[in-house]
Ligand binder design. Structure first.
Ligand code: BV8
Length: 262
């Protein structure tokens, strides 16, 4: 693993264009459950039934919201409050430092996240593209107008839209079966194809199209790396697969690539 970490650091030390893709694993050390890895034991009792009753992937769909807006709104509002209460961890902070180092020497840095918790932005990352939207912002089901709810639980479920008498508020996330924001998807494909280094961090690489970006980078000759707690479908395809916690490994990669003052 040291060899792979050093290989990544060496490539980063001279890279001109870096793309990072993150998933729920990067926020796990901030106390946020991973999308698939959650253990029902660590959920508050009132949420265990909700989580047990549904496979999360079936909750994250327009059909689930249409069928039971109260239940889906409750689940998302519970997660939203959790995201607001969470703090960025050393993995988030290391990615913000990596951006600063690359940009300071005239390079290009892009962070595509599947996460909806806004922790990258709170850690200081500025070149963030939200592939799957954000749970912090909601939008009117009738008008599409965005609304950022106050930082406390919503007064009632489902939440009525302030913009339309018959509208509800839904989280401004991309559900399964929904298209990713077109502009973000285009940026992700273009930048994946033109980067020198592509790093996938904390994602199980099962959700598409995000899981396919590393192949676009690799096909164009980029150096590809994965930092993840466990092996994924992409582990064998990347140039450097580094197993472990992102909160531990990313600061070590940044120090090795940019010096001890990082
Ligand atoms: C679309 C937002 C057009 C809401 C989410 C091609 C092939 C196959 C299927 C498809 C395909 N194209 C489209 C599909 C269908 C579908 C899909 O991919 N399904 C999968 C399940 C097979 N994709 C879509 O519907 C997308 N839309 O393509 O539109 C279309 C539509 C229909 C049909 C064709 C085309 C929309 C996808 C977005 C869905 N929304 N979330 C919400 O958050 O509630 S996805 C959800 O999964 C989250 O965003 C999450 O981030 C994402 C991916 O999961 P991960 O981030 O990887 O998290 P996970 O828990 O899985 O893994 C965490 C990893 O971290 C683990 O490996 C763990 O070991 C590791 N880890 C844990 N702790 C740490 C760690 N690593 C490091 N350090 C640690 N401390």
């Amino acid at each position: 693993m040291e060899g792979a970490l050093q290989m990544l650091a060496t490539r980063l030390s001279t890279a001109r264009r870096v793309v990072v893709l993150t998933g729920a694993g990067v926020s796990a050390e901030s106390g946020l459950r991973t999308f698939r890895g959650a253990t029902k034991e660590d959920l508050p009792p009132d949420m265990r039934t909700l989580w047990a009753e549904f496979d999360p992937a079936t909750l994250a769909t327009p059909e689930a919201f249409a069928a039971d807006p109260e239940k889906v709104t409750r689940w998302y509002d519970w997660r939203r409050i959790g995201c607001l209460a969470a703090e960025p961890n050393p993995g988030h902070l290391a990615l913000a430092e990596m951006e600063r180092k690359i940009v300071a020497r005239g390079g290009e840095f892009s962070l595509f996240t599947q996460n909806v918790d806004r922790l990258h932005q709170r850690a200081g990352s500025t070149r963030v593209f939200e592939l799957h939207g954000s749970i912090i912002d909601w939008r009117c089901t009738e008008t599409g107008r965005k609304f950022t709810p106050p930082e406390e639980r919503m007064p009632h479920y489902p939440a009525k839209s302030p913009f339309h008498p018959g509208g509800l508020l839904r989280p401004d996330v991309v559900w399964f079966g929904e298209q990713l924001p077109e502009d973000v998807l285009l940026e992700a494909m273009t930048r994946s194809r033109s980067c020198d280094v592509f790093i996938s961090v904390g994602t199980s690489a099962v959700v598409y199209p995000a899981a396919g970006f590393v192949s676009l980078a690799s096909a164009e000759g980029a150096f590809t790396a994965e930092v993840n707690l466990e092996a994924t479908a992409n582990s064998r395809a990347v140039d450097a697969a580094i197993a472990g916690r992102s909160g531990d490994l990313l600061p070590r990669v940044v120090r090795a690539a940019f010096g001890r003052d990082s």
